[in-house]
Design a protein around this ligand. Structure first.
Ligand SMILES: *Cc1c(COP(=O)(O)O)cnc(C)c1O
Length: 454
């Protein structure tokens, strides 16, 4: 070890010495927390010296390191990012952003007491389910409804309550794995239901359902294949045929719609995503779907359908384990109100993004390109969230060339508000469609900072 390093080690200030000059930090963050941060910074500095470096060990400099260390420690790891990927319901980036009205409703309920389980008219205990049920019936036309934590929970609840120890018939073409480890056969096993596979991967006919029914059959289940698409020599049994076979045998049909939609996606140039109303019209007894996919609300699992079946689900012990909290109910209620009032497209971010005209996106990309000395190239946005695989929306991408696009993408992820971009053909591209209006200013300032310093 060179003598220089030994001197540096010896000259390193003590924890107490730094604590004595850290009174500002101590008043903000508390003595114990600051002491921990000082120890960590001194350790790090010592390691640098031992590695043969000569870090600046001036007290004032070390205190700025302590400050940075504290800021890093207090930075929540769950925090907002700018989604420039063009994937609207991005599973890794928190799925659906909430409407401003939903945020307001959550805030109002979060900050104080509420009527969560209180009946104001009678001054007695009320039901947390009631808040949402009426509006879901109003929108979907179903007889009854139940809301749980997410659609995976909804499916487990329905299978546990209706098919424990009994057979559930599912087409082999629908035994899919959805992101995040949701696999239909495993969900089935967990619920105590006995999976009966029918048909082949690519073709399942009405007769296959017919032949599989036994004394012990409880349910015929349809699972939306989500982010998986079959093309070519394929055949799926129409939902109407499945429900008609089931009802002839006094059986129930459970439809796991996945995303589900309350609005026809085809009117925005996308493929048609099956709607909740269609499943009910086709005779499904229970339809399960997510709150934070195409619905555009908070994480939730919504089950609508026959009154007696929903009652059985509500009475099952898992209903209590899977129940939603007041914040979710407040946000979901307000989100559903937009559907009831017919202004979902104007207020729900997922639908605003889907409906956003190409010309508007292009004009925005061009305005940004002019400020940043960048290009605009044509591209495609996707809906994501396990809906509409292979279906895209035309978009205009802000495109920046750089010799090391991966390094730039990594740097963009370290910004105060991280920007998640895409790399296409060696260029870093940003899709305006998924950048929220209130983030635009920050986005441009951050990009100017990154690219003007290059
Ligand atoms: C997304 C999805 C689920 C899971 O829903 P969560 O709300 O994420 O729990 C289940 N089934 C299908 C078909 C899906 O697409």
């Amino acid at each position: 070890m060179p003598t220089m390093n030994k001197d540096l080690l010896r000259a390193l200030p003590s924890v107490d010495a730094l604590l004595n000059v850290a009174s500002d930090l101590i008043s903000l963050y508390g003595r114990d927390f600051v002491r921990g941060a000082i120890r960590a910074v001194l350790d790090e500095t010592r390691q640098q010296v031992l590695a043969g470096n000569s870090p600046n060990i001036d007290e004032a400099i070390l205190i700025t390191h302590v400050q940075t260390y504290i800021a890093q420690q207090l930075q929540p790891s769950l925090r907002p990012v700018i989604n420039a990927t063009g994937v609207i319901i991005h599973t890794n980036l928190g799925r659906a952003p909430l409407s401003l009205t939903a945020l307001k409703a959550m805030q109002d309920v979060a900050a104080g007491y509420s009527t969560l389980e209180y009946d104001l008219a009678n001054g007695t205990r009320g039901s947390r389910h009631q808040h949402i049920e009426d509006i879901l019936l109003n929108i979907t036309g179903a007889e009854a409804a139940l809301v749980v934590n997410n659609n995976a929970a909804g499916t487990v609840l329905a299978l546990s309550a209706l098919a424990h120890g009994h057979e559930v018939i599912v087409s082999r073409g629908q035994l899919v794995e959805i992101g995040g480890g949701f696999r239909v056969p495993e969900i089935m096993r967990q619920s105590g239901a006995i999976l009966v596979e029918i048909g082949t991967t690519n073709r399942t006919r009405a007769a296959d359902y017919e032949h599989a029914i036994t004394e012990n059959t409880a349910l015929l289940m349809r699972v939306h294949s989500s982010n998986f698409k079959q093309i070519g020599f394929t055949e799926e049994t129409p939902l109407e045929s499945i429900t008609s076979i089931a009802h002839q045998h006094g059986l129930t049909v459970l439809d796991d719609l996945g995303s589900g939609s309350l609005i026809d996606t085809a009117q925005y140039g996308l493929d048609h995503e099956p709607t909740v109303q269609e499943s009910l019209a086709a005779g499904c007894d229970l339809v399960a779907f997510s709150g934070d996919k195409l619905l555009g609300g908070p994480q939730a699992g919504i089950i609508v359908g026959k009154h007696d079946l929903i009652q059985r689900l509500k009475r099952h012990p898992l209903a209590r384990a899977f129940r939603t909290d007041k914040l979710c109910l407040a946000a979901l209620h307000t989100t559903l109100d937009h559907y009831r009032m017919g202004n979902a497209i104007q207020h729900i971010p997922v639908w605003q993004m889907i409906a956003r005209p190409y010309a508007e996106i292009q004009a925005q990309a061009q305005a940004w390109a002019a400020q940043l000395n960048a290009d605009v190239i044509p591209g495609e946005s996707t809906v994501g969230g396990g809906s509409l695989p292979g279906s895209t929306l035309p978009t205009a991408l802000l495109s920046i060339s750089h010799p090391q696009p991966d390094a730039i993408a990594a740097q963009l992820r370290t910004l105060t508000t991280p920007i998640i971009a895409r790399i296409t053909d060696g260029k870093i591209v940003f899709d305006p469609r998924t950048i929220l209006p209130e983030q635009v200013h920050t986005f441009i300032q951050l990009l100017k900072g990154v690219f003007n310093e290059k």
